[in-house]
Design a binder for this molecule. Sequence first.
Ligand code: ATP
Ligand code: MG
Length: 203
Amino acid sequence: MSDSGSKKNQEKHQQRQQKVKEQVDAKVASADKVQGIFQVITGNGKGKSTSGFGTVARCVGHGKQAAVAQFIKGMWECGERNLLEKVGVPFAVMKTGFTWETQNRETDTQAAQQTWQQAKAWLQDDSIDLVLLDELTYMVSYDYIDLEEVLHAIANRPKMQSVIVTGRGAHRKLTELADTVSEVRNVKHAFESGVKALEGFDF
Ligand code: ATP
Ligand code: MG
């Protein structure tokens, strides 16, 4: 390309970037509300809980307080929990009851309710900056926890508190209330080609 051709290209590029910058600056200037954020991370792809825990780490890294409620009793110990409890993040985990295998509605409901009571207390505590409600969507789908109660608790939380709900098939009312909704789509997953869940990667 001739020198004048490449100069023209450079000018065009600069003009385009200037326009992008103006648009971004205008958007940044108009985002002037200061408040906690409610995010829902749903969909069938991998990365919902890891994303939620990533935000917990981000929060704690800034010296803020986070709390985690896990609504499914994992088959494996949770790597994030091992780490985050050491830096003062409280966890409420369903000790008994619901996993994919259990079929006892009564004990599952009891276990879900117990964890939910702790989560609800955090949702009223303005010293907690971020509450992660991991896999909460299933508790609502199975009717172990009342949807309206969840919506009310999240809507009435302290103004600067953020909340993240993860899990597949998030109820429409949850995504409507949320400020940010991300849907993780499954393109492919190692498990589908026979690769076993790996410690330190999948849990
Ligand atoms: P992760 O905890 O890895 O972020 P997730 O929260 O998005 O996953 P879950 O539905 O909670 O997904 O599933 C938890 C476990 O199931 C993880 O071990 C994850 O690797 C695995 N998993 C997630 N998505 C898929 C999928 N599409 N197919 C098979 N296994 C999956
Ligand atoms: Mg998950």
